[in-house]
Design a protein around this ligand. Structure first.
Ligand code: ADP
Ligand code: ASP
Ligand code: MG
Length: 406
């Protein structure tokens, strides 16, 4: 007997026919005693369509109401999938995030799961049913519906798998595993048999949209292996696990990623006093605006003035603009520039530790492609460069070709 959590993404359940196909596949793979939980996303482009609906009403939707709206997408797909199982002769029951016992913090639109009480799920599994859970959503302690950020159904799946102490967590999607870069951008990208939680977490954080970053973080924290595979083929896919078991650890670089959901903010002409960085970044943090790459530069001609450049997610731009415009007077800065036409390209690999040639090779690939770098940042296992947005795909191709020659 095994307890397995399987997650199917939006393109896997885009039509009623695809929903039936998912139900058939789950039943074919199920051994008689297996207990199965299925987590699903909203059908196809439903979430994008709901966002457009909100935008047709207002430029600045209230965050709580946005989550109330977005959470409806998954409620449609869970009900249809449970109906499909029943039609095929297997008992099934659908549950919203709340019914599945998923509690989150109060940060609407990008909430974090804070707890899972799987009692109702366990009762239904013990009654022999397949339990179909809505991805991407939860409930705050105060009883408000929240969503987990775009792509958040992966996180629901891994959290539920950890909460139930499942044997496996399987993520079914429209690609047959994790590749060295997005195979839609670089057709020669290489599929990996396995990748560590640490490297996948870094790739996801830096824009590899195939996994929601928080799902990999939870997988790492709970030691839960995650198996990423295709909904539409039987390819063996990729295992995300704690350590390598095969020869793949030999690779210095594991992946190249890009993220266009980035905005560059320049706060110009700030009088150089202690506490400046603290004031700017603590005010942004209080409003839950995540800051990423940060550069502070002193002006050569006037040592008492600094410029501060940093990046945030595009979704946080309007809030950050309001906050910084308010701070401008108090902190006496002379200018505020916001540029949304930027992208971050990154290389990721645990093997780059102590291997200085990697940074040089990355910058060299961009230089040869004539792409200018605005900001550079590094972690122990990644190097990121901020560039112009319309050069992102060219940059990914150039860097990928440098590290993964055909
Ligand atoms: P789902 O709806 O199943 O959650 P997503 O669209 O969120 O699917 O994620 C799958 C997509 O991720 C793929 O179609 C692919 O274009 C993209 N992707 C980005 N980086 C990678 C990568 N390194 N490996 C595989 N797919 C990637
Ligand atoms: N439906 C949500 C989205 O489109 C969550 C998900 O697909 O994981 O972002
Ligand atoms: Mg996804």
């Amino acid at each position: 007997m095994a307890l397995i959590v399987k997650k199917f993404g939006g393109s896997s359940v885009a039509t009623p026919e695809k929903i039936m196909a998912v139900a058939r596949r789950v039943l074919q793979e199920k051994k008689p005693d297996d207990k199965i939980v299925v987590v699903v996303s909203a059908m196809g482009d439903t979430t994008d369509d709901l966002i457009s609906l909100a935008k047709a009403v207002t430029d600045q939707p209230v965050a709580r109401e946005m989550d109330m709206l977005l959470a409806t997408g998954e409620q449609v797909s869970i009900a249809l999938l449970a109906m499909a199982f029943t039609k095929l002769g297997h008992a099934a029951v659908s549950m919203t995030g709340f019914q599945a016992g998923i509690t989150t913090n109060e940060v609407f639109n990008k909430a974090r799961i804070t707890g899972i009480d799987p009692a109702k799920v366990i009762t239904e599994l013990n009654a022999g049913k397949i339990v179909v859970i809505a991805g991407f959503q939860g409930l705050t302690k105060a009883g408000d519906i929240t969503t987990l950020g775009r792509g958040g159904s992966d996180t629901t799946a891994v959290a539920v798998a950890a909460g139930l102490k499942a044997d496996h967590c399987e993520i079914y999607t429209d690609v047959d595993g994790i590749y060295s870069t997005d195979p839609r951008i670089v057709p020669t990208a290489r599929r990996m048999k396995e990748i560590t939680h640490n490297e996948m977490l870094e790739m996801a954080r830096l824009g590899a949209g195939v996994m929601h970053p928080r799902s990999v973080e939870l997988g790492k924290h709970y030691g839960m292996p995650i198996h990423v595979r295709s909904t539409f083929t039987n390819e063996s896919g990729t295992f995300i696990r704690e350590e390598y078991t095969m020869e793949e650890k030999e690779f210095v670089i594991r992946g190249v990623t890009h993220d266009t959901n980035v905005a560059k903010i320049a706060v110009l002409g700030v009088p150089d006093r202690p506490g400046i960085a603290y004031k700017i970044f603590s005010t942004l943090a209080d409003a839950n605006v995540d800051v990423d790459m940060i550069v502070q530069s002193v002006r050569v001609m006037d040592k008492h003035i600094i410029d501060m450049v940093f990046t945030i997610a595009q979704g946080d731009v309007s809030q950050a603009r309001l906050i910084l415009e308010k701070l401008a007077e108090e902190m006496e800065f002379s200018g505020l520039l916001i540029d949304e036409n930027v992208a971050k390209v990154s290389v990721v690999g645990a093997g780059m530790l102590g291997n200085p040639g990697i940074a040089a090779a990355t910058f060299g690939a961009l230089a040869d492609a004539g792409i200018n770098i605005a900001v550079i940042s590094t972690s122990e296992i990644s190097i990121s460069c901020l560039i112009e947005e319309d050069k992102a795909k060219q940059a990914v191709n150039a860097i990928h070709a440098r590290f993964f020659p055909a």
